[in-house]
Ligand binder design. Structure first.
Ligand SMILES: [Fe+2]
Ligand SMILES: [Fe+2]
Length: 266
């Protein structure tokens, strides 16, 4: 079985094949991880934002589109996919942990190194084992159709770490829409924060943390963990209900409206 890394585009089933699409993303990830390794502590956040925007939609589309197919066509698909889901879960937990650590601190360095190692291991497991095994079971046309489905989901998927959410359908599918909206909104706020002057920074920082709290509230909604294998389950923090989640989402929308109005007046 030849690794995806050693095959050319024609062998992988053409440019639209799910294998080619996976490989292209993995190459971009490798470049970003190299940039992260070169970055000073105060330069890490913008690179990390790009890593997250690549990695989380990519992994989400794997969990909702690819791994269910692998579980159907391979007799040991359950065990194989559980291993990569565990890696995805660990990456989600490490990135969530990173958010609370000071840039330049020894603990942040340790968590960051672990995150990079786990990302690299995930790529190797997929390119050397999972995807070549999938390749033996599907035709070129099927690989291309799967590529289209994977790409469609990847484009609308959440872009941030969500360790509480199930790594399997239906829980992750249920949470996709609200989390994706909140994540992409927060990505825009954070990208502006990285370029903002000192006057604008506190408002943007506050908005970013309101959006983060809103998505943590969505993670607690009933049904979000359904379909999950116990091996990738993370202990839940405080449990909040639909009411609290709705309240935080409304508060986030309200804050954004106020800030937009203030900007309009100035
Ligand atoms: Fe992948
Ligand atoms: Fe992955």
């Amino acid at each position: 079985m030849k690794s995806v890394a050693e095959q050319n585009v024609a062998e992988l089933g053409g440019v639209g094949s799910v294998l080619s699409r996976q490989k292209r993303d993995h190459v971009v990830l490798d470049e970003l991880l190299e940039r992260l390794a070169q970055a000073r502590p105060d330069e890490e956040d913008p690179v990390l934002l790009k890593v997250h925007r690549l990695v989380f939609p990519h992994a989400y589309a794997e969990e909702t589109v690819l791994w269910p197919v692998i579980r159907t066509v391979l007799p040991d698909g359950q065990a194989l996919t559980l291993q990569v889901e565990a890696e995805h879960q660990e990456i989600n937990e490490l990135v969530t942990r990173l958010e609370s650590l000071e840039p330049g601190s020894a603990e942040r360095r340790r968590v960051l190194d672990r995150m990079v190692d786990t990302l690299r291991k995930d790529v190797r497991d997929e390119e050397d084992e999972l995807l070549p095994r999938l390749q033996t079971k599907l035709t070129r046309a099927q690989l291309q159709r799967l590529g289209l489905a994977w790409e469609a989901v990847r484009r609308i998927a959440p872009t941030r770490a969500h360790p509480i959410v199930s790594r399997r359908p239906p829980g992750n599918v249920l949470s996709a829409l609200p989390l994706s909206l909140l994540d992409r909104w927060r990505d825009r706020v954070d990208a502006r924060l990285h370029r903002a002057d000192d006057d604008a920074a506190p408002g943007l920082r506050a908005l970013s943390s309101v959006l983060a709290r809103a998505s943590h509230a969505v993670e607690q909604l009933p049904g979000i963990r359904s379909g999950e294998d116990p091996a990738t389950r993370r202990k839940r923090g405080s449990v909040v209900g639909w009411g609290a989640a709705a309240l935080v989402t409304v508060a986030a929308a309200w804050t954004v409206m106020l800030l937009a109005r203030r900007r309009h007046r100035h």
